[in-house]
Design a protein around this ligand. Structure first.
Ligand code: FAD
Ligand code: ZN
Length: 478
């Protein structure tokens, strides 16, 4: 019997029949990513229902040296949850581990298993009048374990930070099946090292997350949402700065779209332009707060001042929840509109706020030089300094355009003091970039941790770390 068959037999012992999937058709959705950009082939897909089953699977994989790819909602944008095409890897889907184990009666936190869909956890928080301040365009499909493993960002980061800030504790199964119970629930708890944080953003390479305790916040009861048209990217940065100064932490979102992007929404999804006046850039601003007070007059006066100072060409405030949803849909459906227009080369860069105009201008010039037929559709979380510099290209040119554009865009972001991976992680698509742009000491220490926690390299091999990194050993630096 091969090691793989022995491993699968050990899994069969503890899983129900639906827990082990081998047929090609049933495996297929686990072998391709959300946008259909990356495909692989798995030997099998395992779908445990309990933490004990996860432990058993990992212990058997450790014994038989079987490579496992942890997978949540499979919405990741770095091909981190997709097996390679060898047919040797086994996908470990956490989707059926989907219980909300506990909701704190005082509303401070909840404990959700890794397979809970983000939108369902958001709803559980809403039912007790609280907010889980993590919101992604993929909320209906992505799962808590994936959100933890990628340290997800999204639309609430400006105010509440990335996933890392919401994780109070984790339950993790290590490569050999050891359970690490760090399901802490207190905001203040300094017993020993912050082990749980090591697994946040580790993309399935250090352990398998089985549950998370997540901080909840009071639910804002009032929101004001504005759409602004601007001529210059510099104005967008200045508008953000002045709005933050005027409204402080009430500013909950500041998202950027380009006019070219808005055009795609109109052409391919039948969207309506929110303003008759146009401009090169558009901003979606949102204020959110809990206390009873009407801030509309203050926001209107603020927008009027921005207009008089020549920063804004035109602006509108949503007058109803339906209008608010319509404005947000423009932002949330930007990627979908781009995907209708051709194939999309995606990036996820971050720079200091003041450098965003430079980033946008240089990226456009770069694309014009390297792939003249690429249509730049930059958009994203301006307030976080995080822009998705995306490009629509003819389908036949995607791979080549990606090869030309992505390293150049990364180079640009790094030259501006920023990052080539702001919120989507490294996965399989940015490993070479991680290696190329690594800072002193980082990779050897990462490799040392990887070797400690996963000595046989069975956890998501081929993701995050480059193959050839010598781990740090004490004495190396002297
Ligand atoms: P998967 O794709 O299944 O996995 C992602 C990585 O985590 C893989 O490396 C996988 O091995 C690992 N992993 C998954 N589950 C576990 C586990 N239980 N234990 C250990 N490792 C695990 N991301 C943002 O940050 N911000 C956004 O605004 C945003 N918007 C998006 C919009 C759309 C339309 C789409 C398609 C994606 C978007 N994403 C965004 C990317 C994606 O949704 C996030 O990265 C999300 O956190 C991934 O969750 P998932 O459950 O789908 O993970
Ligand atoms: Zn994003």
């Amino acid at each position: 019997m091969t090691a793989l068959e022995a491993f699968l037999a050990a899994c069969r012992d503890v899983l129900d029949p639906a827990g082990l999937v081998r047929e090609a058709e049933a495996r297929a959705p686990h072998e391709v990513d959300f946008w259909g950009d990356h495909r692989g082939r798995a030997a099998a897909v395992l779908r445990p229902r309990t933490v004990e089953q996860v432990r058993h699977i990992l212990a058997a994989a450790f014994r038989h040296r079987i490579p496992l790819i942890p997978q949540g909602g499979n919405t990741g944008l770095a091909a981190g949850a997709i097996p390679d095409d060898s047919g040797r890897m086994v996908v470990l889907s956490l989707a059926r581990l989907d219980r909300i184990r506990h909701v704190d009666p005082a509303g401070e936190y909840l404990i959700a298993e890794a397979g809970c869909v983000l939108a369902e956890v958001q709803e559980a928080a809403a039912r007790i009048g609280r907010l889980l301040p993590l919101n992604l365009g993929s909320a209906g499909s992505c799962r808590i374990g994936g959100n933890v493993a990628t340290n997800a960002g999204g639309l609430d980061v400006l105010r509440y930070g990335m996933m890392r800030r919401l994780v109070l504790g984790l339950e993790v199964v290590l490569a050999d099946g050891t359970l690490v119970d760090r399901l802490r629930t207190l905001e203040k708890d300094n017993r020993g090292y912050a082990l749980e944080q090591l697994f946040v953003g580790s993309e399935g390479t250090l352990g398998v997350v089985t549950a998370a305790s997540l901080r909840l916040v009071p639910r804002p009861r009032h929101r004001l949402t504005a759409w602004l048209a601007l001529a210059e990217a510099e104005a967008a940065v200045e508008v953000f700065r002045r709005t933050r100064e005027a409204f402080g932490e009430l500013l909950a979102a500041c998202e950027l779209l380009s006019d070219a992007g808005l055009d795609l929404l109109v052409r391919h999804l039948g969207a309506r332009r929110p303003l008759a006046t146009t401009g090169r850039w558009h901003l979606l601003l949102e204020l959110a707060w809990g206390f009873a007070s009407d801030l509309a007059p203050a926001l209107e006066a603020h927008l009027a001042a921005l207009y008089e100072d020549g920063l804004v060409r035109d602006a509108t405030l949503a007058q109803s929840e339906a209008q608010r949803r319509e404005l947000w849909a423009l932002r949330e459906r930007q990627s979908e509109a781009a995907a209708r227009a051709g194939r999309v080369v995606r990036s996820d860069v971050g720079v200091a706020l003041a450098r965003i105009p430079q980033l946008l201008a240089k990226a456009e010039a770069l694309a014009a030089r390297l792939v003249p037929e690429a249509l730049p559709i930059p958009f994203g979380h301006l307030g976080d300094g995080n822009i998705h510099l995306n490009f629509v290209v003819p389908p036949a040119r995607r791979e080549e355009a990606e090869r030309r554009l992505l390293p150049a865009v990364a180079e640009l972001a790094v030259a501006l003091g920023g990052t080539f991976s702001a919120e989507h992680g490294i996965g399989r698509t940015k490993r070479a970039l991680l290696q190329r742009h690594a800072r002193p000491g980082e990779l050897p220490l990462m490799a040392a941790l990887k070797r400690l926690l996963d000595p046989y390299g069975i956890l998501n091999p081929g993701a995050v770390l480059p193959d050839q990194v010598a781990p740090w050993r004490p004495g190396d630096g002297t």
